[in-house]
Design a protein around this ligand. Structure first.
Ligand SMILES: Cc1ncc(C[n+]2csc(CCOP(=O)(O)OP(=O)(O)O)c2C)c(N)n1
Length: 269
């Protein structure tokens, strides 16, 4: 799994550089979470994607679709070579999730939509007496959107313990730190007061992430929140915690330097 995370990081950079567009920092902060979800938690595969019993994953921080594309390609939802068309004319592989791409559950990208969609899907599971679970990944910078808080209230009202929201808490958003742009801390206390069961993890610790998801439901009858503490740009020293890499694209030298760093990390696994 650790080797996969590094391979995913290399591919994220490769395809963002090929497209000359993408959300590099936020992809690198959430890719370990996606690794654990797709390789350890979700019962989704190309063969089961049409099944009504599949787990649902909705990526609310849709701008980081490149991380999701790379993981879906690894799982055979489409040939990896499709990603060479990323952000090219007439390609379905655009800069945000669209259901035109196999494996994508919901169109997202306008922040604040993933959690409401996930709540509706989790209510549907309860009404249909289905066992599937619904996961959604949010950025900490999208939490000022009011729709999140309506959804949070609704999730506890309907006792959606089949729902798991994950906040990729890298503490940066598009123009600065989340605390400066619109502070939403303390997230644990806010969600607890909305009736959620909250766990906090190191969002780059694959074992901790897997153990946390295995504990679902954290409390019977309560929606689950995982606050994943992460580093924007994780894995590339010159990108880490730098707001300019929110949608920065590495030039040739920077790309080569990043690959050297990742190959070095691979040799240590
Ligand atoms: C409704 C809406 N407003 C504004 C934007 C523009 N936007 C794109 S990414 C972003 C910052 C998001 O921050 P965060 O969710 O923390 O992303 P991460 O740091 O994880 O990449 C913003 C404001 C948007 N996509 N949707």
């Amino acid at each position: 799994m650790a080797r996969k995370s590094i391979a995913y990081r290399k591919n994220i950079l490769k395809y963002i550089v090929g497209a000359n567009a993408g959300h590099t920092g936020g992809c690198l902060s959430c890719v370990d979470i996606l690794n654990v979800l797709y390789n350890n938690v979700l019962n989704v595969s190309p063969a089961t994607f049409a099944s009504p019993d599949r787990d649902r994953y909705i990526q609310s921080k849709g701008h980081c679709v490149e991380a999701l594309f790379v993981v879906l390609a690894d799982h055979g939802f489409f040939p990896e070579s499709d990603l060479e068309t990323l952000c090219k004319y007439k390609s379905h592989y655009i800069g945000h999730p669209t259901r035109k791409v196999n494996g994508i559950e919901q169109n997202t990208g306008a922040l604040g939509h993933g959690l409401p969609l996930a709540v509706g899907t989790a209510i549907a599971a309860k009404m249909d007496k289905k066992e599937y679970r619904v996961f959604t990944l949010l950025g900490d910078g999208e939490l000022p959107e009011g729709s999140n808080w309506e959804a949070a209230l609704t999730a506890s009202h309907y006792k959606l313990d089949n729902l798991c929201a994950i906040i990729d808490k890298n503490s940066l958003q598009i123009t600065g730190s989340t605390a400066d742009v619109c502070n939403t801390d303390p997230l644990d206390k806010k969600f607890e007061s909305f009736g959620w069961a909250v766990m906090q993890v190191d969002g780059h610790d694959l074992k901790q992430l897997a153990e946390t998801f295995a504990k679902m439901p954290f409390e019977t009858g309560k929606p689950n929140l995982v606050i994943a503490h992460t580093i924007k740009g994780k894995g590339i020293s010159y990108m880490e915690n730098q707001v300019k890499w929110h949608h920065g694209v590495p030039n040739k030298e920077q790309y080569e330097e990043a690959i050297v760093e990742l190959d070095h990390a691979l040799a240590l696994v």
